[in-house]
Design a protein around this ligand. Sequence first.
Ligand SMILES: NC(=O)c1ccc[n+]([C@@H]2O[C@H](COP(=O)([O-])OP(=O)(O)OC[C@H]3O[C@@H](n4cnc5c(N)ncnc54)[C@H](OP(=O)(O)O)[C@@H]3O)[C@@H](O)[C@H]2O)c1
Length: 434
Amino acid sequence: MVTALSCIDRPRQIAQTQCRVALVGFGTVGSAVARLLQARRDDHSLRLTHVCNRNIARKKVGWIASDVRWTDSIQQVLASDANVIVELIGGLEPAHQLVRRALQCGKAVVTANKQLIAHFGPDLLELARENHQYLGFGACVAGGVPVLSGLHDGLAGDRIVQIRGILNGTCNYILTRIEQAGVSFDDALREAQEAGFAEADSTDDIDGQDAAAKLAILARVGLKIEVSPQQVVRRSIRSLKPFDFEYAHELGCTVRQISTAKLKDGQAYLAVEPSLVSNDSSLARVVGSQNLVVSSGEFGGDTTFGGHGAGGDPTAVAVVSDLLQAARGRSRGVELPDHISAASCEFVTDQEAPHYLRFVVRDKPGIIAVLASVLASCDINLDAVLQKPGHTKSALPFVITLEPCRQKQLDNALARIAEFDFLAEAPVTMPILS
Ligand SMILES: NC(=O)c1ccc[n+]([C@@H]2O[C@H](COP(=O)([O-])OP(=O)(O)OC[C@H]3O[C@@H](n4cnc5c(N)ncnc54)[C@H](OP(=O)(O)O)[C@@H]3O)[C@@H](O)[C@H]2O)c1
C-alpha cells in the first residue's frame, strides 16, 4: 500500500523538487538552451516553463514540450512561478532591469551577457547576495569553456598573477584567414560574416571592446581586482596585412589578438591588442573561432583552458551548467556566489616589451638612418631590420624589431615619425610576447 502510494506521488514529488526555468530571449543561444533542456528531460532537476521573446508568435517551434508557456511579456515571466530566469536577450537595457527585477522578485538568474556583467557585475552580485539568490554568468566568457568556474573554484588555492588568452573567435577567424589564404582584412571579414563567424557590425569584435568586456570579468574573478572595460587598453586588428604574417613568420612568430590581464607589485595592466606570439606557444596554435585562456598562478604555474568560445550549443552547455548550480543551491538552501574582494591596485596603460614596428614607405635613400635616429632620441634600441623582396618602391613594407621599450616611448617616437613625407601609410606596432 505504501509502495503504491509512493508511485502515484512520484510525478508530484518530481514537480515539487524541479527547478522551473524561464528563458528570456529565444535567439541563437536561447533556442540552443531550450534544445539542450529538451534533450535532458530524463534528468528531472530542470524544467523549462516559459519562453519569452518580443513578438513571440514568429518564434514558436513544435519541438518544445506542449506545457511550456510562450509569451512576449517579461512582466508575466517575473510574476510566474519560475525559480530561475535565463537572460539571453543581450545588450545593456532592458537586460539590466530584467535581471535586477528578477533578483528582487526572489528568482535566481543565469545570463550569457558579458557586457551586462562587465558593466554591472559587482552591483548585480551584491543585489543577488541581498536577496539570497544565485547569479550565474559562466557563459559570458569563452562560451562553452569553463574558464570562470576553473579560475573561481579549481584554482582557488593559487594566487593568479596573469591571465592571457584569445577571447574573440571572430578576430581569430579573420587573422587565421589572412595568415593561411593571404587575403586582405576586408576579404577575411567578409568571409567571416558569410560563414556566420562575424556579425554584420563587427566593430566591437575587431576593435577589442568584446574581448575587453570578457577580460574585465576574467580579471575580477581570477585576479580579484575591480576593473571596468574602459580601463582595458584596446588596439584594433584593422591595419594588419598579409605581409605582417610573412614578417612574423621570419621571426618565428604569428599574429593573434591577445588579451592580457597582469597584476604585479600592486600595478594592473589590461590590454587587448594584436601581438606577435611564438609559433611554439599554445596561443599560436589556436585557429578559427576557438578560444584559449592561459592563467598563471604564483604557486601552480600555467593552466590552460581551451575549446569552443562561441556558438549556440557550446554556450548553451555553459548556461545549463549554471542552471544546475542554481538548482543545487535551491535544494540545499541557497548557495551564494563568493564576494569579489576588490584589491586596491594602480592601473597602468603600458608595459615594457620588445616590439614589432612595421612601415610602408615611398622608398628613397636614408630612410632607415632617419628612423633609427628618431628612435634613438626616444631611448629605443633597434634589434633588427627585415625587408622582404617583391614589393613596389612606391609602397615598400619593412619591419624594425625593437629591444624592450614602453608603448609611451614608442608613441613619442611615432608622433615625430608621422611628420615624414616618405610614409605611405601609418606605421603598425605590436608587442612581441615571450
Ligand atoms: N551567440 C553566441 O555565440 C554567444 C556566445 C556567448 C555569449 N553570447 C551572449 O548571449 C546573449 C544572446 O546572444 P544570441 O547570440 O543568442 O543573440 P540573438 O541570436 O540576437 O538572440 C537574442 C534574442 O533576444 C530577443 N530580444 C532582444 N531584445 C529583446 C527584448 N527587449 N525583449 C524580448 N526579446 C528580446 C531577440 O529577438 P529578435 O528576434 O526580435 O531580435 C532574439 O530572439 C548575448 O548577451 C550574447 O552576448 C552569445
